[in-house]
Design a protein around this ligand. Structure first.
Ligand code: COS
Length: 385
């Protein structure tokens, strides 16, 4: 389907209908219940959303990065919890296996990930290793043909839904070269979950701690079969994930702008609609121009991503993905802030959609690498010989 632009356009329009007819009307349910309804998750599976990025040979739809960004842009225009349900399967949970896994691992895992039967989650962050991912402490000790895992993972998205984790642990000495990526089934004895995190926003998304207490996994669970490659796998996965998050940020900016324009058309003060005031127009114009700039970056970077050999790193593309992540997630913060401002006092009230997006987008500047981490990646790339 990926190669067929007409089929892709058809799929995008089906997604658009699903978002406007099914998801947008369910946004209040998410806010009230902190859960994505089970029937919606089933519909997402039927639509193939869990397998967007997985090649057709492994049961997915095999979208290009540019196409995946278009889908992420659409899903940014509703409560972010919906995308989060399948987001780890499309991105950080599955891509390490696709990029660096053995053929056997790909054949065994990816079709189940693509169908949504298996939810994959990505476990890198720890209590003492957030931005400094190479400092992670979780130990993986070799014991005959098994590894024994001990330690804690933190803020793990979709952990409560996950059937398996792409999990980074230390098999060697300090630093990046001592880190290995494993596929760890959630049913592994010794693996348990903490209580659900209470977050500022993004109601309906699920994060919690994951504890490993003498959890044994076969040595064959190492992604690609070679220890010590896990940090590079994680970085490649994050390069890609950052582009996806950039597109998502643009989608939210579009929704907030739509809400703001609609409000500016209707709301009347001083005897006229507020949209007729130039100070309101200025806020809308700033948001539109920044959104246009951000989306242009995403499209350009996604094209470059698709042009490089699959699974290979291109430092220039990594640097540009960080530029897009930094710009788009900061941009949507400003757009959401202006959205609240255009709505005045109503924008501070929970029943107003912009209030929710204002809280929801705060996370985008933090996960998959903070703005400051993106600056470091960009700065280092510029200074590299
Ligand atoms: N693709 C492939 N390999 C990469 C890479 C990338 N994008 N980035 C780094 N590497 C490789 C390097 O080439 C280096 O390999 P060699 O030792 O063979 O030279 C190795 O990985 C270590 O890289 P580096 O020295 O740059 O590691 P640092 O510890 O300095 O960390 C940052 C680099 C800060 C960029 C990294 O820790 C990071 O991205 N942190 C943020 C983590 C994050 O996003 N967390 C979010 C949690 S997931 S929601």
């Amino acid at each position: 389907m990926a190669s067929d632009q007409d089929s892709f356009e058809l799929m995008l329009s089906t997604i658009q209908d699903f978002i406007s007819q099914r998801l947008v009307p369910a946004e209040n349910i998410i806010e009230e219940n902190d859960e994505v309804p089970a029937d919606i998750i089933e519909e997402m599976k039927t639509m193939g959303l869990f397998g967007l990025s997985i090649p057709e040979e492994y049961g997915g739809i095999g979208l290009s990065m540019a196409q995946e960004c278009e889908v992420a842009f659409k899903f940014g225009q509703t409560a972010l919890a919906f995308r989060s349900v399948f987001g780890t399967n499309v991105g950080i949970g599955s891509q390490g296996i696709l990029m660096d896994g053995t053929e056997e691992q790909k054949c065994e895992i990816l079709p189940r990930v693509a169908s949504g039967e298996l939810i994959m989650s990505f476990a890198l962050t720890e209590p003492d290793a957030g931005s400094d991912a190479a400092a992670l402490k979780m130990r993986a000790e070799l014991d005959n043909d098994h590894y024994v895992l001990n330690g804690t993972k933190r803020f793990i998205t979709n952990a409560t839904r996950a059937g398996a984790f792409t999990l980074m642990a230390r098999t060697g000495g300090p630093g990046a070269g001592g880190i290995t990526a494993f596929i760890v089934p959630a049913s592994t004895p010794g693996l348990s979950l903490g209580k659900a995190d209470k977050k500022m926003g993004q109601r309906g998304t699920k994060t919690c701690d994951v504890f490993l207490d003498n959890a044994r996994v076969p040595a064959a669970s190492i992604i690609g079969g070679v220890p010590g490659m896990g940090f590079k796998t994680a970085m490649k996965v994050l390069d890609r994930g950052r582009l996806h998050v950039s597109a998502l940020a643009c989608g939210v900016a579009q929704r907030v702008l739509n809400e703001s324009v609609a409000y500016a058309r209707e709301r009347r003060q001083f005897g006229q609609r507020i949209g007729d005031f130039q100070l309101i127009q200025a806020m809308l114009a700033d948001s539109q121009a920044e959104l246009y700039a951000g989306w242009s970056m995403v499209q350009d970077c996604a094209r470059r991503y698709d042009a490089k050999p699959a699974g290979k790193t291109n430092p220039d593309v990594s640097m540009r993905a960080s530029c897009a992540k930094m710009f788009c997630t900061e941009m949507v913060g400003r757009v959401a802030d202006r959205g609240v401002q255009v709505h005045g006092g109503s924008g501070y009230m929970n029943e107003t959609k912009v209030e929710r997006f204002y809280r929801d987008v705060r996370l985008l500047r933090l996960y998959e690498g903070t703005t400051q981490i993106q600056q470091i990646i960009i700065g280092r790339a510029l200074l590299r010989e």
